[in-house]
Design a protein around this ligand. Structure first.
Ligand code: HEC
Ligand code: HEC
Length: 331
């Protein structure tokens, strides 16, 4: 294998040669989604945006994973059913199919398994799986859609979460400037961003943030060199195993689209990417970066913003469970 082989793939605008370099880089480009079952994805999309999956009829998956806000809610911790303030920051759903496991502590193995959680979580959508299925079954258009995808219109939580996961698998963000750079377009990122990438590699950030999602593929301790000080009670994997060694061990978050998914860390304590980078360098690597270096890494991180999922808001079928609007002032 000739790994450094440079393949000239074409000549652009007469003079500029574009080359594809088989990459030795620790980060790989995001591959576009391949949709094999559009009807299932469309059903999953409807469900993702549908507040009728919640007890109040107000909260959808998109409330906390807003697809026009980088798949997050831009709050320190999420607000759920009855204005309940959740215990932890909402991670992005963008590129979540690349995660080895789901949730900060990895307690769900797959997107399908994860999707059942929020519907029945009293502090999130506050509903039950059976009631959510009942509501959908009462809507003729949903019955039709489930029948078309699953061959029957019984509607159960297994199918609901299966469709949600199929939609989430399409929420990838290819074509980021950095990915174009990886594929050989050397003008796709600025010289400052390139210096930032070199620092990102040389200081050791890539040890934990690498691969297609620039994270999402390992569980690591937050506060490796210096402890992380927070009022947030989350303990990471230790909350599941009770083991001291697992205290503050979390899934390393993806850094794809990170400029959009503020505030940062599991407690949402830092609003500025500059501050998050400074904290990481000190706590994970024992390294104090100067102002210029932080700026360079931030410039690099901003080149990880890819094409946001292109979707038109679905038109929800009318609900037969809608209660008539109360008439004000009696009669
Ligand atoms: C009230 C806010 C809220 C709602 C509604 C909500 N989520 Fe979440 N979601 C969160 C929070 C907070 C977490 C992180 C929880 C944790 O790790 O303990 C999360 C985690 C996730 C993750 C894991 C991502 C990762 O990187 O680990 C996925 C995927 C996800 N949610 C999808 C969904 C889907 C699908 C729905 C709708 C069925 C939904 N969420 C509804 C707040 C919400
Ligand atoms: C030892 C592994 C490790 C190293 C090295 C590391 N990180 Fe992290 N990174 C993590 C973990 C774990 C988290 C989540 C921590 C939390 O939320 O409490 C994280 C979170 C982040 C976040 C916040 C993402 C979000 O959505 O909340 C940014 C930004 C970040 N890292 C950048 C960097 C940079 C830049 C470097 C190098 C200076 C770096 N990391 C080095 C493990 C690491």
């Amino acid at each position: 294998m000739i790994r450094s082989l440079v393949v000239i793939v074409g000549l652009m605008s007469g003079a500029q040669a574009w080359a594809t370099v088989p990459s030795n880089e620790p980060i790989t480009p995001v591959k576009p989604a391949v949709i094999t079952n559009p009807a299932k994805v469309e059903l999953g999309k409807k469900l993702f945006f549908d507040p009728r999956l919640s007890k109040s009829g107000f909260i959808s998956c998109n409330s906390c994973h807003n697809l026009s806000m980088g798949g997050s809610d831009n709050l320190p911790t999420s607000i759920g059913h009855n204005w309940h303030e959740g215990p932890i920051n909402s991670p992005t759903v963008l590129n979540s199919s690349m995660n080895i496991v789901q949730f900060w502590d990895g307690r769900a193995a797959t997107l399908k398994e994860q999707a059942g959680g929020p519907i029945a979580n009293p502090g999130e959508m506050g509903f039950t799986h059976d009631l959510a299925a009942d509501v959908l079954r009462s809507i003729p258009q949903y019955r039709e859609a489930f029948k078309a995808v699953y061959g029957n219109d019984n509607v159960n939580i297994d199918e609901i979460t299966d469709a949600l996961a199929a939609f989430e698998e399409t929420l990838v963000t290819p074509n980021a400037p950095f990915d174009r750079w990886l594929k050989g377009d050397k003008s796709a990122i600025s010289p400052t961003a390139l210096k930032g990438y070199e620092l990102f590699k040389n200081t050791g950030c890539v040890a934990c943030h690498n691969g297609e999602a620039v994270g999402g593929n390992s569980m690591q301790k937050m506060g490796l060199v210096e402890p992380y000080v927070t009022k947030n009670p989350a303990e990471g994997i230790a909350g599941l195993t009770g083991k001291d060694a697992d205290r503050m061990r979390f899934k390393v978050p993806t850094l794809r689209n990170v400029e959009l998914t503020y505030p940062y860390f599991h407690d949402g304590a830092y609003w500025k990417l500059e501050d998050a980078v400074d904290v990481m360098a000190r706590l994970q690597l024992g390294r104090k970066l100067n102002h210029e270096e932080v700026g360079q890494i931030v410039a690099f991180l901003k080149t990880l913003t890819g094409d946001q999922p292109d979707f038109k808001l679905p038109i929800l079928p009318p609900s037969s469970t809608d209660t008539p609007h109360p008439v004000p002032f009696g009669k």
